[in-house]
Design a protein around this ligand. Structure first.
Ligand SMILES: [Zn+2]
Length: 252
């Protein structure tokens, strides 16, 4: 790190748990943020301000006036622009040191697999089950840690899946695909603006801890926030021995 970086990141370097070594890991780190909406906005902003060296932001949407109530990466002036482009402008405005790659498409298939392979940590900030399951499969295949967040109405969720660990559960173990889950979208249901800030910031916190290698990430635990009561509860979960995504061999 140069003098400018040492100064910029001094409040992290002061932390015993991060220090110069941890900050260098962030500067050398690569994060993939899927979705530049309510969750992706605070998550990407904290990753950039904290100095994660390479950030890829993938989002196929354009900025809409209804996004601005919570999606703090975007501005009134950038309504109509691709969200990935608007995100890059905002992130480099905070920290020009960060190399931001904008992917202005709804990633899937080979493109998603390549982006995941090129990341040290993946943040799922998307808003639909198809993307969530595709991101999970790619993370399990490439053994990349996945920080998953969700927010709807006043309800928030956070979970970390670290498939680098041999017996780690995956997103599919917790939310099996094809089960009769109703997809509820913010466009229909509404969402409490600061809730996306709380959950997205927690995703950034877990991702930064994973990159630095400090503390403990809340793996194997689903965190549920009731934003009206401001109450947290957590549920432990384990690998589903019949999971078609993360269990390759036959169960005993
Ligand atoms: Zn699984």
């Amino acid at each position: 790190m140069n003098d400018g970086q040492l100064l910029r990141y001094s409040r992290h370097i002061l932390l015993e748990e991060i220090g110069i070594v941890g900050q260098q890991r962030l500067v050398d780190g690569r994060a993939l943020v899927i979705g530049a909406g309510g969750l992706g906005s605070p998550a990407a902003l904290y990753l950039a301000s904290a100095g994660v060296g390479r950030l890829t932001v993938a989002d196929g949407d354009t900025v809409d006036l209804t996004n601005l109530q919570r999606q703090i990466l975007h501005t009134d002036q950038r309504v109509g622009q691709p969200k990935a482009q608007s995100a890059r402008i905002a992130l480099n405005g905070v920290n020009p040191e960060v190399r931001v790659r904008e992917v202005a498409s709804r990633v899937a298939g080979d493109e998603l697999a390549e982006l995941v392979a090129d990341a040290d940590v993946v943040l799922d900030c998307s808003d639909n089950f198809a993307t969530r399951h595709a991101v999970n499969r790619a993370c399990v295949e490439r053994r990349k840690p996945l920080v998953s967040g969700a927010a709807i109405g006043f309800a928030g969720q956070l979970a970390v899946f670290d498939s680098r660990r041999a017996d780690a559960p995956c997103y599919h173990c917790l939310f099996p695909e094809g089960e009769d889950v109703e997809e509820i979208r913010c466009a229909v249901m509404g969402v409490f603006a600061p809730l996306t800030g709380i959950i997205g910031s927690m995703q950034a916190a877990e991702a930064i801890k994973l990159l630095v290698g400090c503390g403990e990430v809340s793996e194997g635990r689903l965190w549920l926030l009731d934003g009206l009561a401001m109450e947290w509860r957590s549920v432990r979960f384990a690998r589903d021995p019949r999971c078609p995504v993360c269990v390759t061999g036959p169960a005993d």
